[in-house]
Every structure is written in C-alpha cells, then in structure tokens.
Design a protein around this ligand. Structure first.
Ligand code: ATP
Ligand code: MG
Length: 256
C-alpha cells in the first residue's frame, strides 16, 4: 500500500458520457466504453467521479430541486443518476477495472448545498485494496434544505482535501476553459480569473450546478485552501484520459 498522495481523481463530465441535450437519460455507450478502456490501462490508486448529464440535470430542473424541496423529484433524480452510475461501473468492469459504485446520497450530508460530512473509511479501504470507487453527482440529504444537489465538481475537490492530496483531472467536452476566441486558456489563477471570468459561462445544455463557471470556482477555491492544482481537459478526444492518467498536464491548469 503506497501513501495516499499518489491518488488520482478523475471526473468524467456528463457532457461526454451522456447526450446532455436529451430531456431524459440517454447514455453515450460507445464513449463510456472507450473511456473505460483508457482508464483500464492505469495502475495507480484512482477515484472516478462522473457527472449526471441528462440523467440528472433535466430531472433536477423539472422538479426545481435547486429552488425547493420535492421528495418525489429528489428520488426520481437520484434513481436516474444511479442508472448512469450502473452503466459506467458495468463498462469499467467489462474493461477489467475493479470498479465499485458509491452513491453520495448514501454516504454524504450537505448543509446549504455544501458537503458537511462524507463517510470516507470505505473509500480509503477500497483504494488500499485495489478497488476503483466511482462516485457521481447526486441528490443528497441536506440539514438545512431537506435535500440539495451535490455536483461532481464539488465532490472532486472535497475528496482531494480529505484524502490529503491527489492529482486532479476534470474531463469535459471542451479543450479546457476557452477564451473569447475559443482558444484554451493555459493557466487560471485567482489573479487572472478577474479578467477572464467574463468569458466563462454556464453550460450550453441543461446544468443546474453552474457549468464551466461552477467548475473553475470550485477548483480555484481548492488551490487557495490546499495548494492542489487541477486540470480541465477534453475527455471527448481519444487518448486524452490516458495521457492525463500517464502524467501529462493537458488542457487548462487551475493553480495558485
Ligand atoms: N469559457 C468556457 N470554456 C469552456 N466551456 C464553457 C465556457 N463557458 C461555458 N462553457 C460551457 O460549459 C460546459 C461544460 O460544463 P458542463 O457542466 O455542461 O459539463 P460537464 O461537467 O461535462 O457535465 P456534467 O455537469 O453533467 O458533469 C461546456 O460544454 C460549455 O458549454
Ligand atoms: Mg456540470
């Protein structure tokens, strides 16, 4: 068993593994299979977090889960994203990865939309024993709101801090964070963020957790509190996930 700092946390965006323009759960099976193949070549400790895409955002929007408590809507959304998690885990298993689905609804409590507590002892043990935990954006119980939406983009930095450091990659549908000319911004820090934030928006599709802007804010906060860098890159380009897992720094780096 190595130290915990050699952990990699990879988020796979819902914009890649689902048809994010659909209004109800459509999986991109071919992409999921390709990505599972790239992940299967990696041998270090790895946590996968996947987004919800059309298995969560349209449902959360329909039941206005970011505005009000709705038990039925919360359950429909949770059940939907669990189906996507099952598809991802099954595909990883078919590629030879010892993947295990972990549903945030079952191990996390939020307060006003921010993670207050997540049970991590099983995740520690899984990493030590060669399992690959696969978490996802989910609906979770919330001490103030009843339930709230927990974005995969919030789970990734939380895990990195709690596990004492990790290499972080956020795979999405663009080559990184793009500027007004569509070029990839190489580095984002809290200093240049003030100038470039005008170019960073939500999602082109339905996204209840802030799209690209939400990601950058989470990751800037992460490096402010912990010094951990992260990379936002295009997971839709063949080989990019392998490249990232092999140690290449691709896409946009978020750093201090
Ligand atoms: N400056 C920008 N650079 C890149 N993408 C941007 C920018 N501004 C807005 N976006 C949008 O943000 C989207 C990425 O965020 P989104 O939350 O939709 O993806 P995801 O994380 O892959 O999906 P999910 O939330 O389902 O996991 C891009 O596809 C694009 O539409
Ligand atoms: Mg998103």
């Amino acid at each position: 068993m190595g130290t915990l700092c050699d952990i990699t946390i990879l988020k796979i965006g819902g914009s890649i593994i689902t048809d994010k323009d659909a209004d109800n759960g459509i999986a991109n099976y071919d992409e999921i299979k390709r990505i599972a193949g790239e992940i299967s070549k990696h041998h270090g400790k790895l946590i996968i977090v996947h987004g919800a895409g059309s298995f969560g955002h349209p449902q959360a929007k329909k039941y206005e889960l970011t505005e009000k408590f709705d038990a039925k809507g919360a359950l429909i959304t949770h059940e939907s994203v669990k189906i996507l998690n099952y598809i991802v885990v099954e595909s990883l298993a078919n590629a030879g990865v010892n993947a295990i689905g972990i549903h945030p609804m079952s191990n996390t409590i939020s307060e006003n939309g921010r993670i207050a507590q997540m049970f991590l002892k099983n995740i520690h043990l899984m990493l030590g024993n060669g399992f690959v935990p696969v978490l996802h954006g989910d609906v979770v119980m919330d001490t103030k709101l009843g339930t709230s939406i927990l974005s995969g983009d919030q789970i990734v930095p939380y895990l990195a801090v709690q596990l004492g450091g990790a290499r972080i990659g956020i795979g999405s549908a663009k080559d990184g964070v793009l500027n007004d000319e569509g070029d990839t911004i190489q580095t984002i820090t809290s200093l240049n963020f003030k100038d470039i934030k005008q170019y960073i928006g939500g999602s082109e599709s339905t996204d209840v957790t802030g799209g690209m802007f939400g990601k950058v804010v989470e990751l800037l906060q992460l490096c402010e509190i912990s010094g951990i860098n992260s990379y936002i890159f295009n997971a839709g380009k063949i080989g990019n996930i392998s490249r990232f897992l092999d140690g290449a720094n691709i896409g946009t780096m978020i750093t201090k």
